[in-house]
Every structure is written in C-alpha cells, then in structure tokens.
Design a protein around this ligand. Structure first.
Ligand code: URP
Ligand code: ZN
Ligand code: ZN
Length: 464
C-alpha cells in the first residue's frame, strides 16, 4: 500500500487512549493507525513526540468590527496564527446587523473568509435581530451547515437580546436542531454600574472588571438555563469565566439537563491582577467577561477535570493597543474604560498552554485532546469528520515536541496584534508539525502552509 504521508512512531493520544503507533494518510484522510508497513511520499519521524488530532477552536472573531474598531487579525493572519499554534479548525462568528437578514450577514462573512483562511472553518451566527420572519431563515442556516447561534445577555443597544427573544430562539432550536450559544452577563445591571463608575471619575481599565461582577455572570447563566429548561432544549455557554457561573452549569447538569460550557485560557492563566499593570497596560486584558480574582481559576481547573466544563476555546478577538494604519486600537478607551474595544488574541496560544497543564499534571493528555478537539467537534457538528485520528477522519494532525520549550512573545507570534497577553511565559512543549487534511501547514515549527488552504465546513445539526 502506498500512502501520501506516514507520521511514524509517535505517541498517539486520543480522548480515551495513549499508544505508540504510525498514522498513515491517503487523500487527506487518516487511512490507518498502527504498525504501518506500506510506503509513503512523505514520512515524518515522530519518535518521542506526541501526536494529537488538530485543535478545534470554536470561538474566534477574525475581521470583526466591534466597538469602533475592527479586529486586527483577518482570516489570513488569524488562521495562520491558529495553525502555528496547533489549531486546524476554527468556528468564527458571523454578525447580523440590526434589520439585516441572516443570509446577508452570512454572505458577508463568506466573503471575508473565502480564499483567505489557512485552516478549515465554520460559522456561528450572532443573532441581533429576531423578528418572527427570521425563524424560517434560522432553519435554512442550519440546513446550510451554520448550526449554532450566539445570543447576548450583555451589551445593551448593541448585541443584547431580551428574555422573550432568547426564549423564542431557544424554542426554535427544538424544531431545527440548532444550538444556542449564550454570552451570559446581566447587561442591564452592568450598564448601571458602568455609568456610576464613570460619573465618579473611575476611568481606568481595572474598572472594566469592577463593573462586571461574577454575580452578573452567574445570574445570567442561571436565567438562561431556566429558559432552556422551559424550552426543553440544550444550551451552550461561551467564554464562561466565573466559578459561580460554573456552579450553575454544574447544578443543571447534575439535574440531568443538557447544559454545556466552554472556558478560555485567559480565565485559567490570567487574573484581575493583570488590570493593575502600570499605566494603560491593563487595557490589553479588557474583554468580556473580564478576568476574575485570583483563586477563581482553580475552580475552573477543577471544573475541567470534573467535566463541568467540556471545551476550552479562545474567544480570539485581537485589537491592537495602538492605532494602526487604518484601525483604532484600545487607546480609544484611554479616558473611558467603557470605550476600550473588548477582546484579546488567543488562538495561537491555547494548545500549548493546555499541553503545559498536562505536563504539570493538572489534566491528563486524554482530557487535553477531549477539551481541545473531540468535544468541540461533537458539540458543533464536526464529528466524525474532525476531532479524532481514527481511519476516515480528516488528517488534521499535530505533532507536539514535549521536550522543547516554547516562550510566547510578540516577537514570534503570527497574530497581527501588537502585544502578546502571555509575553514571556514558557511552556513545556512546542508545536513541531501541523497537517490539515494531510497537507503540511507547519513543519519543524515553521509556517510552510498556504493562506488559502482552508475550506468552509458545513456542520451538522446537533446530535445531542
Ligand atoms: O471581549 C470579548 N469577549 N469580545 C468579543 C465579543 C464576545 O463577547 O465574544
Ligand atoms: Zn461573548
Ligand atoms: Zn467572543
């Protein structure tokens, strides 16, 4: 038998097993796993290395206009950063504008991504406007492979939906098999706190966090779970940050409800203390929900181990600090924290940060694969095409060198952002090779791919 590629002698890690094997690839798919005797055009020696399915990041914002700026990473730089960090699939958010159809918004995002994305990609739809007539359009999107919809309980006047809209959208997913992804923060309460702080002259980045308390996230999480329970459908919480919100998810799951949640590396590795960095530096970490006080991350780590949280995504939303040639940066909020564009880069750092957690004994290598690849594939209609390395799956393969450290820096990242939130952090392990559908995107730690390689992924309706 002749293959296109064999990754030889690696320690193959799946969500359930760890074993030494070769992985053979033919026509972009995994053809065999085991002791392979055949030949291949390309043979990569992975002895002493770890071989995992490509990372799946189900929460990115490439080329996203928001709060008076547009994220600095478009689909090309964002997806290149993803690949260099071991992520071979992203699910990005298309945004419906007020009064606009989903169709129009989706066409817009297809135009942004088509021929410009290095890794395979899908879309969620951000629902801003949901008149009755949009319900049928929502069904159509699910048929077209855009099977998840993000609604916001925060950002009044921009993204926020009221409870009746949320409830109607949830109910519709019972008919069409879509999944509602929820940004759970009580936006009305936060708005009052923000106005009060500004009136008192509290303008620095730290006040972004001080006006978005954990309880505002926990309350919204509780409310959304109740709405999903009444509607009789599953719900998925995006970028869960607060231990108290996680307790709501845990309690609901203990009652047997189909409630799921992701957290992000920033909530595991950074904390409120980062807002106290000198000058305006805290703005680097202005995102919503905000970074939480020290001690909170320990609760999230426990939740990841116990499966209270099923996914780690990034919420990659990269705004520069300084204004660029055609984009304002976080400086927009120098005199008013509420004007700092919310978000930070992350897509390139997730896999190594979590692999480091394996090395430190926080999670097993199998749990690493589960939360970075297998679970997101299953929850977002990409399985069995993605999320594992069994024969038949897309040959999205990442080879990690567990013995070569990697230090995060602005100097070596591939994002166009002008800062790295993890500057100077060294992980035990580095990304050596990345293949997407059998094609090399990263070889020996260097980008060798085409920024046009990625294909749109039509995702299936939910299967849970
Ligand atoms: O601060 C954030 N998270 N920006 C991106 C928008 C969102 O809510 O995901
Ligand atoms: Zn959000
Ligand atoms: Zn987001």
């Amino acid at each position: 038998m002749s293959y296109d590629l064999i990754v030889k002698n690696g320690t193959v890690v799946s969500a359930s097993d760890t074993f030494v094997a070769d992985v053979a690839v033919a026509q972009g798919r995994v053809a065999a796993v085991g002791r392979i005797t055949g030949e291949a055009k390309t043979v990569v020696d992975a002895k002493g290395k770890v071989v995992v399915p490509g990372g799946i990041d189900v929460h990115t914002h490439f080329d996203m206009p928001f709060m008076g700026a547009t994220t600095i990473d478009d689909f090309t730089s964002g997806s290149t950063a993803a690949a260099c960090g071991g992520t071979t699939t992203v699910v990005d958010f298309a945004i419906q504008k007020k009064g606009e159809t989903f169709r129009h918004a989706l066409d817009d995002w297809h135009t942004r991504a088509d021929g410009r994305c290095a890794v395979d990609y899908g879309f969620h739809m951000i629902v801003v406007d949901f008149p009755d007539k949009a319900e049928k359009e929502m069904d159509k999107l699910v048929d077209e492979g855009v099977s998840s919809f993000k609604l916001f309980m925060a950002y009044p006047g921009i993204f926020m939906s009221d409870d009746s809209t949320i409830f109607r959208a949830l109910m519709r997913t019972k008919e069409n098999g879509g999944t509602i992804c929820m940004h759970a923060e009580n936006g009305s309460v936060i708005d009052v706190l923000v106005k009060k702080a500004l009136a008192e002259g509290k303008i620095s980045p730290e006040w972004h966090a001080l006006t978005r308390p954990m309880t505002a996230e926990a309350e919204a999480t509780h409310r959304a779970i109740a709405l999903a329970e009444i509607a009789g459908v599953p719900i998925y919480f995006v970028h869960l940050s607060a231990g108290d919100a996680m307790e709501e998810v845990r309690a609901a799951r203990a009652r047997g409800l189909p409630v799921f949640a992701e957290t992000c590396p920033q909530y595991l590795y950074l904390s409120h203390a980062d807002y106290r960095r000198p000058g305006f530096e805290g703005a680097k970490f202005v995102m919503s929900p905000p970074l939480r006080p020290e001690g909170n991350s320990e609760r999230l780590w426990r939740g990841l181990v116990r499966n209270d949280l099923q996914v780690v995504s990034t919420d990659h939303c990269s705004f520069c600090m300084k204004a660029g040639t055609n984009q304002p940066g976080k400086e927009l909020g120098k005199k008013d924290f509420s004007k700092i564009p919310n978000g930070a880069p992350g897509v390139e750092y997730r896999m190594l940060l979590l692999w480091d957690a394996v090395q430190k004994g926080r999670i097993t290598e199998n749990r690493f694969v589960e939360i970075t690849s297998t679970s997101p594939a299953k929850l977002f209609g990409l399985y069995p095409r993605k999320g594992h390395l069994n024969p038949g799956a897309d040959a999205d393969i990442v080879v990690i060198d567990p013995n070569k450290p990697h230090t995060f820096s602005l100097k070596n990242h591939h994002s166009a952002a002008d800062y790295n939130p993890y500057e100077g952090v060294t992980t035990k392990g580095s990304i050596r090779d990345v293949f997407s559908r059998g094609t090399a995107l990263v070889s020996d730690g260097k980008w060798v791919g085409s920024p046009r390689h990625g294909k749109f992924l039509k995702r299936t309706p939910r299967t849970f």
